[in-house]
Design a protein. Sequence first.
Lengths: 262, 231
Amino acid sequence: MNVKTEKISKPRKNALVMFIHKMGSPPWFYNFTGKFIPWFWAIFIVLAAWGLYLGLVKAPADYLQGESFRILYLHVPAAWMSLLIYSMMAVMSFIALVWRIRIVEILAMTSAPIGAAFTIVTLTAGSLWGRPTWGTYWVWDARLTSELVLLFLYLGVIGLYNSIDEPRKAARAACLLAMVGAVNLPIIHYSVKWWNTLHQGSSISLTGGSSIDPSMLWPLLIMAVATKFYYGANLLTRARVKLLEQDIRKAWVREVLKEKNG
Amino acid sequence: MNAEAVNGSLSRAFFALLRRDLLLAFRRRTELLFPVIFLLVVVSLFPLGIGPGPQLLARIAPGVIWIAALLATVISLDALFRSDFEDGTMEQFVISGHPLTLIALAKILAHWLVAGLPIVLMSPLLALWMNLPTESLGVMILTLAIGTPILSLIGSIGVGLTISLKRGGQLLSLLVFPLYVPILIIATAAVMAASDSLPYTQFLGLLTAGLITSVTLAPFAAAAALKISLS
């Protein structure tokens, strides 16, 4: 008894738990994230402009690949993001399924189209880079192939989510699929990698990694950070819209809309 | 109820369900044949489309037979939970108190016996058509015997997720084919290695590891998927 009353009387004892609880409430989440989104967009634009300037203009041309290596500044951060977002989505799916937090469901599901977009950027940039380097737009290279399978996994999650009418059921089903995909992803990755070495194709790998010049590396790192802010901004923007859509009949949404319309 | 009684009733439920599903399948014999006929038709299209050159056919045989097996499995998967879901039997399973995982496992096993095993049994004929070297025929049959249960197991998760949709079949193929990629790679690699008289046991080992992993994990995921679809 004593312990219980003590806990209730000191609700601010654990600020982090309180914060997480608050974030679970749609109006609070809506207002709180609303403050961050413009900053995320701004930081993304500044960093991306800076990184692209350094990468596309300042960095010296590669002695082997010439100017075409600059595609790397788009390709590599996008590839990193495509994997990062899938793992984020899987972790959020796990949280959503175990604790049934609606906002986490929404965040997991709104991650999927962003991740799929990054995967498409990776594939497109990769094949454009392949044309001058390998002499062809598409090679069944291990990385391109596993990226393609990753795109299919994303499309499966998006497809399932959009096929089921009831939003929460749809989210739970797609979350489970995302987790199954996450378990399979390493297996797919390694089997494809190994399949590639088995069928000796023309596989020239991208990694000259360790000997990359700092003037070439910095723009890449800046772009990597910029894409993270893009993900954050895009994710939160989408999640807020989704929340408004789902809660359209609730009082807090009406208040928000009233404020917006003056 | 003591532990022994529970165990007894669990295995009774498992075998009763297995028996029922097999009986139901054999009462609809024509439907039983569809996946097999589908398999035969798909494989026969390849020589027609590519040309009957025996060497070329032998080279692509493992891939063609395995891809046809994947397609035939996905075609038959929809029947896995469909009728039970539509007539409300699945709900009765859930409230019966037996773990849904066990029920899913029994149904998956029944599905494999009805749809997977015929593929394995048909493979010598397919291998003959595709001019597969006789020394790799044994390996082909083995990979199918180990691999098709994995297809049913992984597929059951996809079926569980799409069962509440009216037209889940097309979506199902999008969901499960990417998950089948490793099996396809490993199984065809084993057959190709055998054709080139290279060692292939490591591939069979990997495939068996996949079977053990999916037997342990997939029924749980399928049960969770069914619960979501029923909610």
